[in-house]
Design a protein around this ligand. Structure first.
Ligand code: FES
Length: 361
């Protein structure tokens, strides 16, 4: 996450200059986590973890530096069901595991659609998708799984920042199909940067809900309170976009008339209430984890090949075995049995201040 200069207040996207948008996006991985401020929402689930191979049946440029991929089974069989907000795990040719929101039509049982923005200074996942996943290539997948479920509330505000339209678009289709009172807002730098602008435009013409497209070059950078003011009274808000946008929405939400805020991050959330602790590796090296960094980040400094994916405690890829020490578990993945057995997800979990965790690494 970029740290804004104290002399230059950040805009909604955390930029101190407009051309920093892409460099800010580079820090966003492709994985998300929902934070819901309302309890008790209905939680539709989709889950099918069986790995399978799919084929890139079609590939299309849907905005500047954004490609969408249509993935189908080689034998044409139907694919597991999914619901808006679900994502797919992709095993890229390099072995990287990455997750992408499903952004197609849940009623299409023969294909999944994802979209990926190229992040030139990212961790290589998006570049690999753009370079390698051409039509006809096969790719391993697992899922879909849903970490950002759409509860189908009667009144809904759907907010998408740029590529954040991917989980939100199926929600809009679902809201339109159900006849919900919904508003969809798609924001970005320019029209050319907005993925699926054609589909959003068709949705607007159907007049089943309100659709607002606002770009920085035409309308100026929006502020969070202004975006939330577009919510129908008492609406639930579903948002996906750059971290500064989500942070701003979270700050502005209590003063809004919305009833709930659900959002999905592109990147790891900042460490909250972290205390410094130490990791000890099998070879005796001791690594200091400061209060504001994750154990994963520190481990990757020492061992760059340390695997990870979501960086938010839900995919399980960063799991390590703890040989000694008491873990402060902060993930949403491990069962009590796995924790008792010594597993730890180092992207989010920590230890008490001054403690040392001996890892089987
Ligand atoms: S990277 Fe996904 S749980 Fe840690």
């Amino acid at each position: 996450m970029s740290i804004p200069s104290p002399a230059t207040p950040p805009d909604l996207y955390g930029r101190t200059r407009p051309d920093r948008f892409l460099s800010s996006l580079d820090r966003f991985a492709s994985w998300y986590i929902p934070l819901a401020t309302r309890k008790g929402a209905r939680r539709p689930r989709t889950r099918d973890d069986r790995p399978r191979e799919l084929t890139v049946a079609a590939r299309r440029e849907v905005a500047d530096d954004v490609v969408s991929l249509r993935l189908t089974a080689a034998d044409g069989r139907m694919l597991p069901r999914w619901q808006p907000g679900a994502h797919l795990d992709l095993r890229l040719p390099s072995g990287r595991l990455r997750q992408y929101s499903l952004c197609g039509d849940p009623a299409d049982r023969h294909a999944y659609r994802i979209a990926v923005r190229l992040l030139p200074d990212g961790d290589g996942g998006s570049a690999e998708v753009h370079a390698e996943l051409t039509e006809g290539r096969r790719v391993g997948v697992a899922g879909p799984r849903n970490a950002f479920p759409f509860a189908g509330d009667d009144r809904v505000l759907l907010l998408a920042g740029g590529i954040g339209i991917t989980p939100v678009l199926p929600m809009a289709y679902e809201a339109a199909r159900r006849g919900l009172d919904f508003t969809l807002v798609h924001t970005g730098r320019t029209r050319a940067s907005l993925p699926f602008a054609d589909e959003v435009g068709r949705l607007a013409r159907r007049r089943t809900g309100r659709v607002v497209v606002r770009t920085d070059d035409e309308h100026g950078v929006p502020d969070a309170a202004g975006l939330l003011s577009l919510a129908p009274e008492g609406a639930a808000v579903y948002a996906c976009g750059p971290a500064p946008m989500l942070d701003a929405l979270q700050r502005a939400f209590p003063a809004s008339g919305a009833s709930a805020l659900h959002f999905e991050r592109f990147s790891a959330a900042p460490v909250v209430d972290g205390k410094p602790f130490t990791l000890r590796l099998r070879d005796g090296r001791e690594l200091a984890v400061p209060a504001d960094r994750s154990a994963l980040d520190v481990l990757r400094d020492a061992e760059p090949a340390t695997p990870y994916s979501c960086r938010q405690g839900f995919c399980g890829v960063c799991r390590v075995r703890v040989l000694a020490g008491s873990v402060e578990h902060r993930d949403r993945r491990l069962t009590d049995a796995r924790r008792t057995a010594g597993d730890m997800l180092v992207c989010v979990s920590r230890a008490q201040e001054g403690a040392c965790l001996e890892l089987d690494v």
